[in-house]
Design a protein around this ligand. Structure first.
Ligand SMILES: *Cc1c(COP(=O)(O)O)cnc(C)c1O
Length: 222
């Protein structure tokens, strides 16, 4: 098996031309595969499970930037707060407050993305537009200096209907633009994390500047 080096180089070239960041999603994949990609120059990796992330972080080079892209439980924030680069899936004020608390303990500032619910499926996590507005309206007065909201993240529906996927990405981009101005004063609101293996090119066309790609690089997960 192993990683797909040719695919990696093609994806990298496509994304570099468009100034889009690549997060290589390595969940369930072995250390050797991550190291192979690391040796090609990749530094940003994404994981979904806290314990797996902690184990890997302990054993792999210290200059890897680890992204947490899964659903993060409040009681597990403390396990990753000392090293995590970016938490993509923040979907409540409660979680954001805990990240702020644990980041303060680690004497760090942790960057976060608010996850927006754009797919029709009920199973996908994420905030609805009203909840997003509510959180954003409170950010200033809460003064969370150690948890910094720097953008939005979303996942499109799992479907072959690319027209539908396109519409969902457009919806997220519109929300991003709407809130970017509002937040820009207090923070660096600049990251729009959308697009995975099957839809990253559509996402980039629709304005994504960070994609999370797993199976195209590492092969299918079992
Ligand atoms: C697993 C996962 C990915 C990567 O999915 P692929 O289809 O393998 O590219 C991206 N984002 C999130 C949130 C994931 O859970």
């Amino acid at each position: 098996m192993g990683i797909n080096k040719i695919e990696y180089k093609q994806i990298k070239e496509y994304l570099d031309e468009r100034k889009v960041q690549l997060v290589a999603v390595s969940k369930t994949k072995p250390l050797e595969d991550i190291l192979d990609l690391y040796n090609l120059g990749q530094r940003d990796f994404g994981e979904n499970y806290v314990q797996e992330l902690v184990d890997k972080q302990n054993q792999l080079p210290a200059d890897i930037r680890w992204h947490f892209i899964g659903h993060l439980q409040t009681n597990k924030v403390k396990l990753i707060a000392s090293f995590v680069q970016l938490i993509h899936g923040v979907d409540s004020l409660k979680l954001l407050k805990e990240i702020n608390k644990q980041a303060l303990r680690s004497e760090r500032v942790i960057d976060c993305l608010l996850q927006i619910h754009i797919a029709e499926e009920e199973t996908k996590f994420g905030l609805h537009e009203e909840e997003l507005s509510m959180i954003i309206s409170q950010l200033d007065k809460l003064e969370m200096r150690n948890a910094r909201v720097i953008g939005l993240m979303g996942m499109a529906s799992f479907t072959d209907d690319m027209g539908k996927v396109t519409k969902e990405f457009q919806k997220l981009k519109a929300l991003f633009d709407k809130n970017a101005g509002f937040l820009a004063a207090s923070s660096r609101f600049s990251i729009l994390s959308m697009g995975m293996s099957t839809d990253y090119k559509i996402a980039v066309e629709e304005g994504s500047n960070m994609v999370r790609v797993g199976s195209l690089l590492f092969g299918q997960r079992s």
